[in-house]
Design a protein around this ligand. Sequence first.
Ligand code: NAD
Length: 499
Amino acid sequence: MYKIDHYIGGQTVGATSDRTAPIYDPSNGTVQGEVGLACKIDINLAVTVASEAFETWSDVGLMKRVSIMFKFRELLEKNRDELCRHVVKEHGKVWDDAMGEITRGIEIVENACGIPEMLKGDYSQQVGDGIDVYSTRQALGVVCSITPFNFPAMVPLWTIPLAIACGNTFILKPSERDPSCANVMARLFSEAGLPDGVFNVVHGDKVAVDCILEHEGIEAVSFVGSTPVAEYIYHLGTANNKRVQALGGAKNHAIIMPDADIDQAVDAMIGAAFGSAGERCMALSVAVVVGNDIADEMINKIKYQAINIKVGCGMVTDNEMGPLITKEHCDRVKRLISEGQGQGAKVVLDGREFEGPKGNKNGYFCGPTILDNVTKDMSVYKEEIFGPVLVVVRVESYDEAVKLVQNHEYGNGTCIFTRDGDIARNFTRKIKVGMVGVNVPLPVPLAFHSFGGWKRSIFGDHHMYGPEGVRFWTKIKTVTSRWPTSIMAGANLSFPSSD
Ligand code: NAD
């Protein structure tokens, strides 16, 4: 059993209250540790420490900030295995998948090393006689990120590097279900030379989140998690005058056209529907197949591959899919499968029957599941399942397929499989979704673009990281200046203009 404490001001700090949460090993259902949950006193301490650190950190030269970020990147690389082990042991995903999320997180740190370029600003010379104007972006102050369980390394890294490189000081409130990676990152930041108090971690649940949202010392809150909580956070945070970006849930559709390369589409669907046991906000959980002939062929091929996916503990090297995060979540996924069946879906492959690998009978496992003949009124179609469940909707035409995507409440990611350039172009232009793939199943933007959905997959105006991230973590200032010269022509009370 281990204990996870907060990390405030460059050191571990025990929680003030005696409230704790268990940390489960999802592969066998045992409690492996516990995390202390923050109350108002802990949040106040973190904000005080971060506010003090802001006074000096925001004045530290850009190149110094960059050199710390380079060092942090080097340390993340060096400590990959430690981070990966925490992801696998606490989240449950398999080793290679966990390594993948760490790589994607490190890419954001690499991008943040280019912050001088991104903060260069604009300059206009001689806008009037002897007058120059420049615009620059400055840090906000103390900022905070609240993150979900499903990417305990990558999602925190979506926000931390850019926010800190921009000159802010930071409080991370990670998911209480897999909290260890956050503390490793805090330790590595200290080793990289980041001054104490610039990066802090407070662990907790709704109590901590509410204190963050109501604290007047916090300027901005970035959130990633489920839609109901994202909506709540956006409203409470903005009501307390904070800048908020809140990314929510998803139901990502893949449209498979009759001219698609079926084998390519099948391989893509296997990875995107069942990878990480479907616990990805970019999972392709709905296959919309245009035409009955290819639907039969595709489903048979997907079933053939899905049945052979090796499901088990993430620490066992050749396993391909791990357990779900908690027993409650596993029960919910299985209940939704039963609901779908009850509402008329055909169960082609049934993950409810999967008992768990040998030696891990108490793990939170659900096997790959395929539901055919799903319709838009079924709960398995409407709700985000967040499990290894692929639902198949059969349609007659491209227009019918597009209508489904447009009318769904979520708009995070989508993808089309086709060889037809006209169709692909029409799809990418018209579809009301934030991240779109053409024959690419998981169109997760790289670090130098930005990540985010549309509709009820996001609340707030800014997407994550990349150019949008820099805008979110800074505010603009525009300076107009003139130096005393002979051209100054005395006082003038009219509004300044070039006439
Ligand atoms: P969650 O909403 O339960 O929790 C997210 C965070 O909010 C956690 O830190 C948690 O402690 C906190 N929280 C939980 N309930 C709260 C409440 N009632 N009030 C205040 N704070 C609360 O989400 P999760 O189960 O950890 O993560 C899975 C969800 O995250 C899925 O819906 C998934 O689609 C979504 N997600 C979205 C993206 C994206 O980029 N859009 C990325 C990853 C995950």
